[in-house]
Ligand binder design. Structure first.
Ligand code: C2E
Ligand code: MG
Ligand code: MG
Length: 694
């Protein structure tokens, strides 16, 4: 018995596959081959042979030409589709004097042939000849690979520092990595360190010292080396120290390889990374300091709602999305003298020379925003999103790359808070806004206790009869110093900090109470209902159902008088969990509306699995409808007919003109809301509306 442990030490025998339909031929041949030291397997037909070669690797195949079913030639043809003559040698076994078939076999890629009846000695010689040729081929390939490795290694510069004499040997390649020739570099350590970027030299020396002090197994450090032309390239230095028999350090030697690509290119998108972007930006700043004519803009580009894709469809889909995004950035900026970079995550930036000032920057901002509107296909699914762009124009006030990037970043946030899918050019008031956000966060903590929130109500109108059918409750914050603040400015902050849970409950209570009052005030309108927006943060809390039930109970509002609005994109996070929660809310008897429909997945697949009764078409589509956009019209039509198929109600948001109201009505949309009818107004004004237009 050979144990598995020792088996591997015996040199592997070469394995031959004998293919013959006649049992006797197979037996005789395999016995003799085995006796000659081969491992042999047999196949009784062409199909059998193909199956076996698919299962393991053979060193050689002896293939009978004449077989029923798949002939030897058929098998050979298929084998050659997969294996070259040097990888799997095939020797054909043919009948004597059938020169036609011999020729055919050789043409098909047989390495050799032998004739029947077999002369075993000849056969053996031919088999061995093929096998040794194969071996030589393999050895040559391996040595090629070794050679390539060596060649790559030679691309590294070498250095060898004699610590006793304090002289360094630099190889020719090392010198050429700094754009220098042999004569231009001496032997002192300073030849190296003086060329290293001021920001990197301390770390380089420290890494080397650490290794010499025995604190690291080998020395390794990344640093920039100044080229003869003044530019810098990234290098990785590696090395190890040598001690003499007394343990005294005598030498440290190693290699240096060019790491510019690794250090400055974003692996996923192939774009320059933050490091390179900063470098180029610093250079541009320097240029504009000496030449005020040289002006440029920094664009900070952010993919809105990228997190939704990443969190719900997985990182692979997220990566695909980023790659596509990068490609679109490349193509819009082609020919514009721009550097496109990925700063990290879903943040991209462009550095662009502009002669035309803010007008040119604005036009390019439009181009950027427009380029991202067509659907993306992460994970093979259509996904629509928008892009927010912040623009900072170079000025004398900018003293560092960081300051410019920060301004562009602040402008990007301003673009986002103005409703995303747009650009904004930085101005000083925005910096104030960034500070404002901090202030908002602080003030928000006490706003509820101080009674600074109010709920305003926007009517929902029957487009046919023009009468009010209900209201949407929209939260406002009466800030003592800043006046009325709209939810887009503080809801995100409340969500980030979790305060939205408490605030959201307050809105629910307030709206239900008010609706109950209206129903009592207007007994002829028992159908009135109120829609309340619920944040995804609230949806993640399973106590919500109980809380809603309690509010209905306490206010005495019929469940049918309450509608809960949930924004489409929030549903994706965990559809099963969301579904449970929605079903529980539904079971209470409250209505469920899908808000901002068509801004996210618009995906029927999950829509029909979730218990919504109404969808609200996002106002961006209604806006494009007003502009006569044909695609939006088609989309609205599609949504309407789809909703009909699923027995869902439809509400159009953001109607701003009579013409749009009429158009929607003609298209078969029953309900709408928008400034054309009324903005969200105070309880008193809403009551007056009910009296006049109810
Ligand atoms: P939403 O639920 O889609 O609300 C509709 C928004 O569109 C409201 O903005 C409304 O004033 C605005 N709007 C209505 N008609 C028109 C129109 O004809 N043209 C235009 N341009 N806009 C119109 P608002 O009140 O600023 O609310 C913004 C978002 O804040 C809401 O979007 C909702 O998602 C959120 N929100 C509002 N109140 C609450 C709340 O109490 N809780 C939570 N979680 N979110 C809320
Ligand atoms: Mg809403
Ligand atoms: Mg909406």
């Amino acid at each position: 018995m050979v144990s598995p442990g020792t088996e591997s030490k015996i040199p592997a025998k070469e394995c031959v596959l004998v293919v013959d339909d006649e049992e006797m031929n197979r037996n005789v041949l395999s016995r003799r081959l085995e006796r000659s030291g081969f491992e042999v397997e047999v196949a009784h037909s062409g199909a059998d042979a193909l199956r076996k070669t698919g299962e393991r690797a053979y060193d050689l195949v002896l293939l009978d030409q004449m077989m029923p079913g798949k002939s030897g030639s058929d098998v050979l043809r298929e084998l050659r589709n997969q294996y070259s003559e040097s990888v799997l040698p095939v020797i054909m076994v043919t009948a004597v004097a059938d020169s036609g078939r011999v020729a055919e076999a050789l043409e098909l890629g047989a390495n050799d042939y032998i004739t029947k009846p077999l002369d075993f000695t000849v056969a053996l010689a031919r088999i061995r000849a093929q096998l040794s040729r194969k071996q030589a081929e393999t050895a040559r390939r391996q040595s090629d690979e070794r050679y390539q490795l060596a060649a790559r290694a030679a691309n590294d510069g070498l250095w060898d520092w004699d610590l006793i004499s304090n002289q360094v040997y630099y190889s020719t390649r090392w010198k050429s990595m700094a754009g220098l020739s042999d004569g231009e570099v001496g032997n002192s350590p300073e030849e190296w360190f003086s060329r290293v970027h001021a920001d990197d030299v301390v770390a380089l020396r420290a890494a080397m010292q650490q290794h010499m002090d025995g604190e690291s197994d080998c020395f390794e450090s990344d640093y920039r080396v100044r080229q003869k032309d003044g530019h810098y390239r990234w290098m990785t230095g590696r090395g190890s120290a040598l001690r003499n028999s007394d343990g005294k350090l005598v030498r440290i030697a190693g290699s240096q390889s060019d790491a510019t690509r690794r250090k400055t290119v974003d692996e996923l998108t192939g774009l320059p990374n933050r490091l390179l972007f900063n470098e180029r930006l610093e250079e541009a700043l320097k240029r504009s300091r000496t030449n005020p004519e040289s002006r440029f803009a920094v664009y900070f580009v952010d993919l809105d709602r990228f997190k939704v894709v990443n969190d719900t469809m997985g990182h692979l889909a997220g990566d695909q999305m980023l790659v596509e995004f990068a490609n679109r950035l490349r193509s819009v900026s082609a020919g514009t003298n721009s550097l496109v970079a990925r700063l990290g995550g879903d943040e991209f930036a462009l550095l662009q020379e502009i002669a035309g000032g803010s007008e040119q920057a604005a036009a390019f901002g439009d181009a950027l925003v427009g380029a991202m509107l067509p659907a993306f296909l992460p994970g093979g699914r259509e996904f629509f999103t928008t892009t927010s762009v912040g623009i900072a124009l170079s000025s004398e006030a900018h003293t560092s790359a960081d300051a410019l990037i920060r301004d562009a970043d602040i402008a990007m946030y301003a673009a986002k808070s103005r409703g995303r899918g747009r650009w904004a050019i930085f101005d000083d008031s925005m910096r104030r806004n960034a500070l404002d956000r901090l202030e908002i966060e602080l003030d928000l903590r006490t706003a509820l206790a101080k009674g600074q929130f109010v709920v305003h109500y926007q009517p929902r109108v029957d487009l046919e009869t023009k009468r009010i059918r209900g209201f949407e409750a929209l939260l406002r914050w009466k800030h003592p110093r800043r006046g009325l603040i709209l939810p887009d400015e503080f809801i995100p902050v409340a969500e980030d900090t979790g305060m939205i849970r408490e605030i959201g409950l307050w809105v629910l209570g307030e709206a239900c109470e008010q609706m109950r009052r209206w129903q009592q005030q207007f007994p002829d309108k028992p159908w009135l209902d109120v829609a309340v927006n619920v944040s995804p943060v609230q949806l993640r809390d399973s106590a919500l159902v109980q809380q809603v039930a309690q509010i209905l109970n306490e206010t005495g509002l019929e469940p049918s008088g309450l509608q809960i609005e949930i924004t489409e994109s929030t549903l994706l996070s965990d559809i099963e969990e969301t579904r449970e929660l929605l079903l529980a809310l539904k079971a209470l008897g409250v209505g469920l509306k899908l808000d901002d429909f068509a801004t996210g997945y618009s995906c029927l697949r999950y829509l029909h699995r979730l218990p919504f009764d109404t969808i609200k078409i996002d106002r961006s589509f209604i806006r494009s409808l007003e502009n006569g956009d044909v695609e939006s019209r088609e989309l609205v039509n599609t949504v309407l007919s789809m909703a009909q198929g699923l027995s869902l109600g439809v509400i159009a948001e953001g109607i701003e003109s009579q013409a749009t109201a009429d158009l929607l009505n003609d298209m078969g949309c029953r309900f709408g809301q928008g400034f054309h009818f009324s903005a969200a107004v105070s309880v008193e004004d809403a009551t007056a509306l009910l009296r006049d237009k109810g």
